[in-house]
Design a protein around this ligand. Structure first.
Ligand SMILES: [Zn+2]
Length: 184
C-alpha cells in the first residue's frame, strides 16, 4: 500500500503544490518532484528519510524500485516488513472465513491431490530411507538416547516395555503368544 505523501521542506519546497500529473512527454520515473525524499548524507553515507518512520536510513535500507526516480522505495525495509505482518494479521479473519466457507471443497481438493500422488510419495520415502538407512538409524538412536536422558516418563515407559519384552521372550518357551495373553 502506498504511504500518504509527506511534504518535505528540502527539494520539494519550490514545487510544493505541484501535485503533478505524469507527464506525457515520456517521463516514466515515478516519484514526482513534490513527493521526493531528498537524499541526505550522514558521515559520508548517502541516505534519506523513510516516509513512514521519518528517520534517516542509508540507501541500503530501502528496497530496490527500479522505476522510481532514485531506484529506491520510499519506505524503509523494516517499516515494510512490519506493515506486511500487520496486514497479514488483519487479513487472517478473512482467510479463516474463506476457508470455513470452502471447507468441503478444500478438503476434497486436498484428498484428490493426496490420492493422486500417494504412490509417488510412498516411493520417494522408501527410496530415501533405503539410501540413508544408516544415517536414519544413527539419528534415531541419538534421539532416543536424548529423550531417555531428559524425559523420565519416557525412560520409565521404555524400561517397562523392555522388561515385559524380555520376560515374554524368556518365559514364553515355545508357548504360543495367544495362550499367554489369554486372547488372540
Ligand atoms: Zn521506516
Amino acid at each position: 500500500m502506498k504511504q500518504p505523501i509527506e511534504e518535505v521542506a528540502c527539494m520539494s519546497a519550490a514545487k510544493s503544490n505541484t501535485k503533478a500529473k505524469p507527464k506525457t512527454d515520456g517521463t516514466p520515473k515515478r516519484g514526482y518532484l513534490s513527493e521526493r525524499k531528498h537524499h541526505a548524507f550522514l558521515l559520508g553515507i548517502e541516505g534519506k528519510d523513510c516516509s513512514s518512520c521519518k528517520t534517516w536510513h542509508p540507501l541500503d535500507a530501502y528496497g530496490i524500485a527500479k522505476r522510481r526516480w532514485d531506484g529506491r522505495r520510499e519506505v524503509c525495509k523494516s517499516c515494510r516488513a512490519s506493515k506486511t505482518i500487520e496486514q497479514s494479521e488483519t487479513r487472517k479473519p478473512y482467510y479463516r472465513q474463506y476457508n470455513a466457507l470452502n471447507k468441503e471443497q478444500r478438503l476434497q481438493a486436498s484428498r484428490k491431490c493426496k490420492a493422486m500422488h500417494r504412490d509417488e510419495v510412498l516411493q520417494k520415502r522408501r527410496t530415501y530411507y533405503e539410501q540413508n538407512r544408516q544415517k536414519e538409524l544413527e539419528a534415531s538412536k541419538i534421539y532416543q538416547r536424548e529423550r531417555r536422558r531428559t524425559n523420565p516418563w519416557f525412560r520409565l515407559h521404555t524400561n517397562m516395555a523392555t522388561t515385559v519384552w524380555l520376560a515374554l521372550k524368556s518365559k514364553k518357551q515355545g508357548r504360543r503368544w495367544q495362550s499367554l495373553v489369554g486372547y488372540s
